[in-house]
Design a protein around this ligand. Structure first.
Ligand code: AMP
Length: 448
């Protein structure tokens, strides 16, 4: 099977050739023919499978016929990064088509978006919130829409966007082609699909289980040794780009600094950054000026760096789905990759859930030459505890107003008021088994 079998419009075929795709990926092979026929499609595929081209190419083909200057295709995506990535795919695959695409998302000015829409575009790639703003202000006209795509619908659900998506659907013509892509199918997404898709063709690639080009390994480690283990692992491993996940924004920032201090070209990506700084971190990671990016789950959504060789879960993900999404960043489109996950004694339940989804036990690895016995530092205990929800930290600060250092000041000498006091972690001597407080037991339960 080759792309030439699809008989794309010559200007679309030229775009495929220009970006160097020869053989369609399984999702492309399955989805492109029904999309070209105008059918509704439900695609079960995660990022990394080539799903973007699976909907972008037939859309470009379709739009080659018909009027210009109206919004005829709308792609709704959960994050700015994913929206940018889809837009870039449209621009590169559609270079010869003279079709115009615009992105619409929050955190940047409205006016340039309004100007672009006013000047006329055929394709809009949007995040739900800002798109609704434009709809409500009458700055976008969707009355001539022909194709609606909901990409990463399960992530939109996770992020609470489904009500917005339903509102958006009320503003688009009911006579349309609808395509819905998701890596997993929670009940709410299935219901939505049932409501908005008309006699859909279902195509499915590797449902739920992470792509099998990725090698998985678990590294059991004490909480306070994670950074040391990370640095040793980086030192001993031959890597291209490395994406590291932490549970909280604060940890992403701190681990990013620690890796940078160790001499790596590293950046961190977390929700507190301005759009400009996010973009700079992403661009730098994409073009290789940063070899390492440390990110939270939300901040990392939609990252597509084809040379990511390693995903390292510094903190365990919240759910098996989150694991799938994280490691979907490596092993993309049949490249191989490694997924390393640090596992502390609190993480046993989640490891078992992930292994159930993988259908296999994950290898436990011990890193040669690493001192696993290094005692807990007596003073800098910042990373000696499992990560907490930022909210819990904020509440704690409010409860303890005076003399308490802000969470971002580092290194912290001691966690004043921390529920887990020195008697459990301090002293640097022999440690007792950890007995998590109720709040810590609950720290994993905030997942979607
Ligand atoms: P996606 O799942 O759409 O984010 O795509 C994952 C990666 O695979 C991107 O870097 C694409 O450029 C690449 N890709 C998609 N389709 C193909 C293909 N048919 N041949 C080679 N690379 C592809």
């Amino acid at each position: 099977m080759e792309f030439s079998n699809f008989n794309f419009h010559p200007n679309v075929a030229a775009g495929v050739k220009a970006i160097g795709y020869v053989t369609p990926t399984p999702i492309q092979e399955q989805a492109i023919p029904p999309v070209l026929k105008g059918r509704d499609v439900m695609g079960l595929a995660q990022t990394g499978t080539g799903k973007t081209a699976a909907f972008v190419l037939p859309i470009l083909h379709r739009l080659m016929q018909g009027p210009r200057g109206h919004v005829r295709a709308l792609i709704v995506a959960p994050t700015r990064e994913l929206a940018e990535q889809i837009h870039e795919a449209i621009v590169s695959m559609g270079k010869q088509t003279r079709l115009r695409s615009a992105t619409i998302y929050g955190g940047v000015g409205l006016s340039p978006q309004i100007r672009k829409l006013h000047n006329g575009v055929e394709i809009v790639v949007a995040c739900p919130g800002r798109l609704l703003d434009h709809i409500n202000q009458g700055t976008i006209n969707l009355s001539r829409l022909e194709v609606l795509v909901l990409d990463e619908a399960d992530r939109m659900f996770d992020m609470g966007f489904l009500p917005d998506v339903r509102k958006i659907i009320k503003h688009v013509p009911s006579q349309r082609q609808t395509l819905l892509f998701a890596a997993t199918m929670p009940d709410d997404v299935r219901r939505l699909a049932h409501e908005i898709l008309h006699a859909p063709v279902t195509v499915q690639v590797n449902y739920a289980a992470p792509i099998n080009t990725v090698a998985h390994a678990l590294y059991p480690v004490e909480q306070h040794l994670k950074t040391a283990l990370l640095l040793e692992l980086l030192r001993q491993t031959d890597t291209e780009s490395v994406l590291i996940f932490t549970r909280t924004k604060h940890r992403a920032k701190r681990v990013g600094q620690q890796v940078e201090n160790a001499g790596y070209r590293a950046a961190s990506l977390q929700g507190n950054l301005s759009q400009n700084r996010r973009q700079a971190a992403l661009d730098g990671f994409r073009d290789g000026s940063y070899q390492i990016l440390v990110a939270t789950d939300i901040a990392a959504r939609g990252i597509d760096v084809s040379s990511i060789s390693h995903v390292i879960n510094y903190d365990m993900p919240d759910t098996p789905d989150a694991y799938t999404h994280r490691i979907g960043r490596t092993g993309r489109a049949a490249k191989t990759g490694d997924a390393f996950t640090f596992m502390t004694r609190e993480d046993g339940d989640m490891v078992r859930s992930i292994e159930r989804v993988l259908g296999d036990r994950v290898e436990r690895r011990i890193l040669d030459g690493f001192d696993y016995k290094k005692p807990m530092p007596g003073r800098d205990t910042e990373f000696a505890r499992p990560p907490r929800l930022p909210q819990q930290r904020r509440q704690q600060k409010i409860a303890k107003p005076s003399g308490h250092r802000p969470a971002t000041s580092a290194p912290q000498k001691k966690h004043g008021g921390g529920r887990e006091g020195k008697h459990k972690f301090g002293g640097g001597g022999a440690r007792k088994p950890l007995h998590r407080s109720a709040s810590h037991r609950g720290y994993r339960s905030h997942s979607s």
